[in-house]
Each structure stands twice: as structure tokens, then as C-alpha cells.
Design a protein around this ligand. Structure first.
Ligand code: NAD
Ligand code: LMR
Ligand code: MG
Length: 493
């Protein structure tokens, strides 16, 4: 019991329990209260902050993560109490940005396992392996294959930090029972050369499985989960784009699952886009007239585009039903090759409906592959939204061009994670776009003091504001599937 973080109370076991559980003599005699333990932890956290002053940010954050992780491994009751009470301070440690650093260094930081690991070598065994998990019941699973961890790329087995962090947020924000959550890593290999050569690397040292071989592993895993816990909700997280979409289509009508990067992000972004209309003092129905530039046409960018387009098409009030047809395109989408138009070679079918046609109705005179700054200068968008994974791509020139936006309060959403991958900082936005700009980022930044002494808000646009509600709602309602309508409702309400 003393070694089981689910049940351990450390020095808080009262004498009666020590007797009953055969713990007498295994602990120092003084019985501490939960409140004393709590205070002791917070004090040691503060002294760590004090003692690491002046050290590089990464050293301080990792030290903070270590002390929290040790508590997690020792005493979950105390850990979650501390986390819930201090979520604003601790979210950046257990979640983005520090969790990114933890994943990058996971093999070296590893002390105790958490969650389950299914690897390509476990083919044929998963149905029995799933019974190795000690809890009778599991409600929430977050699974990754480590192929696109935040904006950090393929981190293989080290990506397990992401499901762990997401499930901590489920417990802290949605009150999910921590004994009923399960972080899972599907290790199908890695294409990260550095990891393959790293002697400490803890995952399979082989290239990623592809095609049918890959899908066979994920299929077997999903069947195993469903066999043991038919009602568990499975959140897919940080899968590279092709598998994010493929697995979503493959499983969404068979299992209670969703893809957080595609759907959760879309819900949060839509909430932000609607907020940006309100910030302009315009009625929500004017959403259909917003000009939106999206930088990044990956799993997250396309998820946002689809949901925002759908919201425009069904926005009541401005038009007769059906008036805004499929051709109503308020989006300009760029990827690593610049603006996407219909003349793009090998145009991805998922982006085709957002590609600019540059027919007579489109007057900005842009060309295939146009650069971001050209697009912003010509379109004068209301919103500039980044899901590119490229830090600093909203540079001074781009932000100065946003000053000419047709919106009185241009919105800039730098949604890529972790902090180093944010497309810009709030300081840059308020300096170059103007103090009336609306800013949000995927990873947290501090608010900025503006010239008139007012606060420039560094809002956060991260799917963590949405997925806990989706999971909790699905769980409480006993939903068999997670529909787009649920995500729309989450975004709009
Ligand atoms: N804030 C959130 O809640 C949230 C949610 C999901 C993803 N993200 C972040 O979004 C980023 C992208 O995630 P994803 O799953 O879509 O990745 P992805 O790899 O599927 O897509 C990345 C896209 O960015 C494009 N891109 C790359 N370089 C570019 C450049 N120089 N200019 C313009 N476009 C460029 C690529 O062509 C691709 O279309 C990651 O950093 C991730 O952390 C944030
Ligand atoms: O993990 C996050 O912080 C958000 C998002 O799911 C991402 O992949 O960046
Ligand atoms: Mg993610």
C-alpha cells in the first residue's frame, strides 16, 4: 500500500489504519494531517523556485516537473489536490510547454512506467495484455503513436508524456476518477534518426510501420480496449496527419473516440473565431463575412477549416437557407509551399474545398504559392491563425501588414506548441499590429503592459479548454459515438 500511489497516504495514515493494514513500524511515528502534507509540498515547491532563480528556463521547468512527477508516483490523492488548487501555475509544467521538453528527454528522465505500452512486437498479444492493467474499470484513454508530438515531430515512444499530461488535465478540469484513466503509447517504431541512434532510447529501434501493417496494430489495439472496456472513450492524440484522418474515419462510427488535434482544436479555434467577431462589436451572424487566413494545412489546420466552414454555412440570420453554398470561401490557406490555390499540383482532397480559385469573384490578384506577407497585405484579413508548427513565422513584416486589417481589432492566433513553435509572441502583436489587437496562443504567455498602462491579454487557445468537457459529457451521457454536433455545441456554448 505504501508503494501504491492510488492508496498511499504516506505519513497521513492514522494509527488505526496503520494497525489494520499492517503498516505499524513502517512509517515514522508522527501522524501528519493531509493539510500538513499539502503545506510541506507547496513549501518545497516554493523553495525549489527560490533556489533555481537565475537558472535557464528549461532547467527550472524540468526541476518543477520532476518534483510534481515524484509526488504523482507516490501519492495521487495529494498530487491531484495540489494540481487542482494550483492548475494555473502547474498546467505549464504537466502540460504544454514543459511536457514537450519532458518528451524530448523522456528516455533519460524515465524512472517508473505510467500507463501502457503496446508495440509492434506485441501483435497477436494485445487482447490478453490489456488485462494486465490493474484497474477494473477504465473510462478515459488517451493514446498516441508519438509521430507528431506538439510541433516537435516524431518522438517515438517518448511521446507517452502527452497522454499522461492530457489525462492529468482530465482529472483536474473534468473531475474524472484518476483510477479510471489510462495513458497509452502505441510504439510502431520511429523515423527519428537521432532517437534510433540514442543508446538510452526506450522504444523499438526500427522504422515506423506503414500501410496495412500499421493499421493492423491500431485495429488490434482498439479491439482489445473495446473487448475489456466497451464504454471507454478513446482520445487519439498527436498522430501525424495521414493517420489522424485515416484512424478517425476508420473508428469514429465503431467506437466512442475522437481525434483531439483535428476535432478538439477545431472546437477551441471556432470558439475563438466567434469571440473575435464579438470583440469587433458585430453580431455573430457576421461571422460569415470574416476573412480568415490559416497558416498550416495539417491535421489541426484542416480540422479548424472544416468546422469553421460548417459553422458559417449554418449560421442563422444573415441569409436564406442554402444561400451560402459550398463556393462561399472566406478562407486563405497556406502551407509550407505558400498559398494553396486550385492550380496546386497534387492538391490534397482535404484542402481542395478551401483552395482559392482566383476566378472573377476573387479580386485580390494572388497567385499559387503566394507568401504569407503578400496574402496578408492583399486580403487584409480579420483573423490570422497559425497551426504551422513554425516558431516566429508571424514576423514583424507580417504583423505590420495585419495593422491594415479590415477589422478594428485584428485577431492573431498563434496556436502552435510548445512556446518555441508559437508563430509570434503577444509583445510583438501589441507592438506591431496595435494595442487593439486580440491575441491568443496555444502555449501560455504572460499578459503585456500596454502604453496606457492597460493590460494586453495573452489569451490561451488550446484544446485543453475543450477536450475535458467532451470526454466528461460523453461519459455522463453514455454516448456511443462522438459527433461533430457535440464539438460544435462545445465551441458555441
Ligand atoms: N493550440 C492547440 O490547441 C493545438 C492543437 C493541435 C495542434 N497544435 C499545434 O499545431 C501545429 C501543427 O499541428 P498539425 O497536427 O496540424 O501538424 P501537421 O504536421 O499535420 O501540419 C503542419 C502544417 O504546417 C505547414 N507548414 C509547415 N511549414 C510551414 C511554413 N513555413 N509556412 C506555412 N505552413 C507551413 C505544413 O505544410 C502542414 O500543412 C503543432 O505545432 C501543434 O502543436 C495546437
Ligand atoms: O497538447 C497541446 O498542448 C495541444 C495540442 O494537442 C497539440 O498537439 O499541440
Ligand atoms: Mg495534440
Amino acid at each position: 500500500i505504501l508503494h501504491d500511489p492510488w492508496y498511499n497516504k504516506d505519513t497521513a495514515f492514522p494509527l488505526t489504519e496503520r494497525d489494520r493494514l499492517g503498516l505499524r513500524g513502517l512509517l515514522p511515528p508522527r501522524v501528519m494531517s493531509f493539510e500538513q502534507q499539502y503545506e510541506r509540498f507547496i513549501n518545497s515547491y516554493h523553495s525549489l523556485e527560490h533556489n533555481t532563480q537565475g537558472e535557464p528556463d528549461s532547467v527550472v521547468s524540468l526541476a518543477k516537473w520532476r518534483i510534481l512527477n515524484r509526488l504523482h508516483d507516490r501519492n495521487e490523492t495529494l498530487y491531484y489536490r495540489v494540481l487542482i488548487d494550483n492548475i494555473k501555475d502547474f498546467a505549464p509544467i504537466i502540460y504544454t510547454p514543459t511536457v514537450g521538453l519532458v518528451c524530448e528527454n523522456y528516455s533519460g528522465l524515465f524512472r517508473r512506467p505510467r500507463g501502457m505500452y503496446f508495440s509492434a512486437k506485441d501483435k497477436g498479444e494485445m487482447m490478453s495484455m490489456i488485462y494486465n492493467w490493474p484497474a477494473e474499470k477504465v473510462d478515459m484513454i488517451v493514446v498516441t503513436d508519438g509521430s507528431r508530438i506538439l510541433g516537435l515531430g516524431d518522438l517515438g515512444v517518448q511521446g507517452i508524456g502527452i497522454p499522461i499530461g492530457k489525462l492529468d488535465v482530465y482529472v483536474a478540469a473534468a473531475g474524472i476518477n484518476p483510477q479510471k484513466v489510462l495513458p497509452i503509447m502505441l510504439d510502431v517504431g520511429t523515423n527519428n534518426e537521432e532517437l534510433l541512434e540514442d543508446k538510452l532510447y526506450l522504444g523499438l529501434r526500427q522504422p515506423r510501420l506503414e500501410g496495412e501493417e500499421y493499421l493492423a496494430v491500431v485495429d488490434e489495439f482498439m479491439e482489445a480496449v473495446h473487448a475489456r472496456w466497451p464504454k471507454a472513450i478513446v482520445q487519439f492524440e498527436d498522430f501525424q496527419m495521414k493517420w489522424a484522418f485515416e484512424t478517425l474515419q476508420r473508428y469514429r462510427s465503431r467506437f466512442c473516440m475522437f481525434n483531439d488535434d483535428v476535432q478538439g482544436t477545431a472546437g477551441v479555434a471556432l470558439a475563438g473565431l466567434l469571440g473575435a467577431v464579438r470583440a469587433q462589436g458585430r453580431p455573430l451572424a457576421d461571422f460569415t463575412k470574416q476573412k480568415i487566413v490559416v497558416v498550416g494545412a495539417g491535421s489541426a489546420g484542416i480540422g479548424v477549416l472544416n468546422m469553421a466552414k460548417h459553422a458559417m454555412l449554418r449560421m442563422p440570420g444573415t441569409h436564406k437557407i442554402g444561400e451560402l453554398g459550398e463556393g462561399h470561401n472566406q478562407f486563405w490557406v497556406l502551407d509550407k509551399d505558400g498559398l494553396i490555390t486550385k492550380s496546386r499540383k497534387d492538391l490534397d482532397p482535404a484542402v481542395a474545398r478551401f483552395a482559392r480559385g482566383y476566378g472573377p469573384e476573387e479580386v485580390e490578384d494572388l497567385h499559387e504559392g503566394a507568401s504569407l506577407v503578400e496574402v496578408v497585405k492583399k486580403v487584409k484579413p480579420h483573423v490570422l491563425l497559425g497551426l504551422s508548427g513554425v516558431g516566429g513565422i508571424f514576423n514583424e513584416e507580417v504583423l505590420k501588414a495585419m495593422k491594415e486589417s479590415d477589422s478594428p481589432c485584428p485577431a492573431i492566433f498563434a496556436m502552435s506548441n510548445p512556446t518555441t513553435k508559437a508563430e509570434c509572441t503577444p509583445e510583438d502583436v501589441f507592438k506591431h499590429v496595435g494595442e487593439n489587437a486580440v491575441f491568443a496562443s496555444g502555449s501560455p504567455f504572460s499578459n503585456v503592459t500596454l502604453s496606457n498602462g492597460r493590460k494586453g491579454y495573452a489569451n490561451q487557445a488550446n484544446n485543453m479548454y475543450l477536450f475535458p468537457g467532451i470526454g466528461l459529457g460523453a461519459l455522463l451521457s453514455g454516448a456511443r459515438h462522438i459527433s461533430d454536433g457535440m464539438l460544435h455545441a462545445a465551441a458555441e456554448w
